[in-house]
Write a protein that binds this ligand. Structure first.
Ligand SMILES: Nc1ncnc2c1ncn2[C@@H]1O[C@H](COP(=O)(O)OP(=O)(O)OP(=O)(O)O)[C@@H](O)[C@H]1O
Length: 377
């Protein structure tokens, strides 16, 4: 029986909950809490990403879960057991950080074997285990290479095999892909997903890359200023952001500031159709958010189909992104508010040039109206 199975059997009542974080604060004595009142649970076998800007408390929360630090308040349990109650060498947690900390003088296979040696696994089974995990990360045949003889992506794979070879209950990833170039990063994101699905190991990943969070995760937690802003599945998070911060952090979103008039968003006397998603009193300051793929664009004077609000605009900029164009359109009636609009026909590049008059519009469902709090980043 593996350690993981043993722990799960011991704590049958919490068998499906791998990690529970309950009312956790972390105070470093700096005047603001690095983590404030964090609570969530993660089921066994799920892949969670903690997403947020720099300084939002992601790494602190991960380090608390790893047991490197003790929360000022609250409790963290892994398979029902308090993490602080277990000495570090008894914790069944694999980790991969941005700095991989591989041993340069050892071969790839020796690096992968290291945690087994430290945990006093049966030496007779070690070579087979090391081979199996090198195969899992698609490094079969490269076990004899020293670390400096491997590419950045291959070194990453060694680090993943080393974190997983002792079959931990939990895998923690702290921005392991941040230093890689974009193409390799995207390839490794898919690899993390494949390996995690293949092994079914409960995983918590920290990143500030929204695309990575959407691609690899079963669940996402968005943090800002030490607080969890929203916890949801990726598609739910994208479609129904809980507040303007989340709407801004995930996806390309334009904002309109005004007042809630009881039904729509009033921007300087112009009524903008939208759907309130926060509890709003009529007359209160409000912020409308609309995704770049939800704003419709047409020639001046045309009627845009199904749009509840239609206004004249002027193209300020056209950005070519390969598979799509991004139009930046200013709307004089809305105090020159700028809307970013996706257009998925790069062949139509010269459809509207900078300075062209256009018509923009949206449906009531597409403009989400939030309570106005702080400024979007
Ligand atoms: N050991 C420490 N002592 C004092 N303050 C700390 C300590 N560790 C973190 N902090 C502070 O806590 C806050 C959260 O930091 P944390 O590293 O968790 O953020 P993060 O979201 O992981 O940021 P990044 O993406 O830049 O790594 C920051 O304001 C940071 O300065």
């Amino acid at each position: 029986m593996s350690t993981a199975e043993a722990v799960r059997t011991d704590t049958a009542s919490t068998a499906t909950t791998a990690v529970s974080v309950d009312g956790v604060d972390m105070d470093f004595g700096t005047g603001t809490l690095a983590v404030r009142d964090a609570s969530f649970t993660l089921e066994t076998g799920r892949f969670l990403t903690i997403l947020g800007p720099s300084g939002s408390g992601k790494t602190t929360l991960l380090r608390l879960i790893a047991g490197f630090q003790t929360p000022t308040r609250g409790e963290i349990r892994i398979h029902g057991q308090r993490i602080s109650a277990k000495p570090p060498h008894k914790r069944s947690i694999g980790m991969v950080f941005q700095r991989l900390a591989l041993f340069p003088h050892m071969t790839a296979a020796e690096n992968v074997a290291f945690p087994l040696k430290m945990r006093r696994h049966d030496p007779a089974t070690t070579p087979d285990k090391v081979d199996a995990y090198l195969r899992l990360v698609r490094l079969d045949g490269l076990g004899d290479r020293r670390i400096h003889e491997l590419s950045g992506g291959q070194q990453q794979r060694v680090a993943i095999a080393r974190a997983l070879v002792f079959e931990p209950d939990l895998l923690l990833l702290d921005e392991p892909l941040a230093a890689l170039d974009r193409k390799l990063r995207e390839e490794m994101q898919l690899e993390f997903r494949r390996i995690q699905k293949e092994l079914g190991v409960t995983t918590i990943n920290v990143t500030h890359d929204q695309r990575e969070a959407l691609v690899v995760s079963d669940e996402i937690i968005v943090m800002d200023h030490g607080e969890i802003q929203q916890a949801a599945r990726p598609s739910e998070m994208y479609r129904n952001p809980a507040n303007a911060f989340v709407a801004n952090f995930i996806g390309v979103t334009s904002f309109l500031d005004g007042r809630f008039d009881g039904g729509a968003l009033d921007v300087g006397g112009v009524s903008c159709a939208g759907t309130p998603v926060s509890k709003l009193d009529p007359g209160s300051p409000a912020r409308g958010a609309i995704r770049a793929e939800q704003v419709r664009l047409g020639a001046p004077g045309t009627t845009l189909e199904a749009c509840d609000t239609q206004l004249d605009g002027v193209v300020d900029d056209v950005i070519f992104e390969g598979e799509r164009l991004v139009y930046v359109v200013t709307v004089p009636a809305l105090g020159d508010a700028a809307l970013r609009i996706y257009h998925h026909d790069p062949a139509a590049q010269d459809l509207y040039g900078a300075g062209a008059a256009v018509r923009v519009g949206w449906t009531e469902a597409d403009l989400r109206i939030f309570k106005k709090t702080g400024e979007p980043a």
